[in-house]
Design a protein around this ligand. Sequence first.
Ligand SMILES: Nc1ncnc2c1ncn2[C@@H]1O[C@H](COP(=O)(O)OP(=O)(O)OP(=O)(O)O)[C@@H](O)[C@H]1O
Ligand SMILES: [Mg+2]
Length: 234
Amino acid sequence: MLRVSRLSAAYGAVQAVREVDLAVDQGSLVALIGSNGAGKTTTLHSIAGLHRPSGGTVTVGGRDITGWNCHKVVRAGVALVAEGRRIAPPLTVEENLDLAAYSGRSDKARLRARRDEVFELFPRLAERRQQLAALMSGGEQQMLAFGRALMTGPDVLLLDEPSMGLAPSVVDVMFETIARLHSSGATILLVEQNAELALAVSDHVYVMQRGQIVASGAPDEVRDRTEVMSALFG
Ligand SMILES: Nc1ncnc2c1ncn2[C@@H]1O[C@H](COP(=O)(O)OP(=O)(O)OP(=O)(O)O)[C@@H](O)[C@H]1O
Ligand SMILES: [Mg+2]
């Protein structure tokens, strides 16, 4: 349902993404892995409307959203949990969630239901619903950023390095939650530098190196491929 075809993106003379093809079927969890600077974040930003692609197309459910701005992309049903928690520190947990919903497609009745779903998924957020976001731990802020994306009622969830900078126990919570969302039918494109974590939860994996997809397949296939090792460590 998310299709990226021959997507290219640049920063001036730096060609960060070169003719990337990706497909994320409805209900599947697809991982995009690769080393530092491979172009993973740029790919997500080009899908989410935070960076204008220089070529190629992005479609969601058959609808061409190439080059749309981020607000329109959210309304088209695509939500990004960006690298490095995007939250509003002076607001409470609850206010952060409610505010996120207004950029989405929800009416008031669904807002409350969605908030309950987020609290069910992240009990820690429910316990701290009245707390200022600024006073939360890094892991809790990452959960809140995740919750904000879910508040928009996305058809496709884009996750950029949800494990980044988190304590191992919080990483476990994060990945258990991703697995739960997946089993409840969510459609997810997961960018992750920790290949083992990504391979453990995904249905399909793409490996990116210097702006291009250099390998793809089922997690077990990809794990055995030597290109993967060189892409990640070479
Ligand atoms: N705002 C920017 N201006 C110029 N170059 C950039 C910018 N953002 C990224 N780049 C360059 O584009 C390339 C791809 O970067 P990108 O952030 O997409 O990689 P990544 O795979 O997400 O890496 P990481 O694992 O470190 O997050 C890199 O060479 C990077 O230096
Ligand atoms: Mg990145």
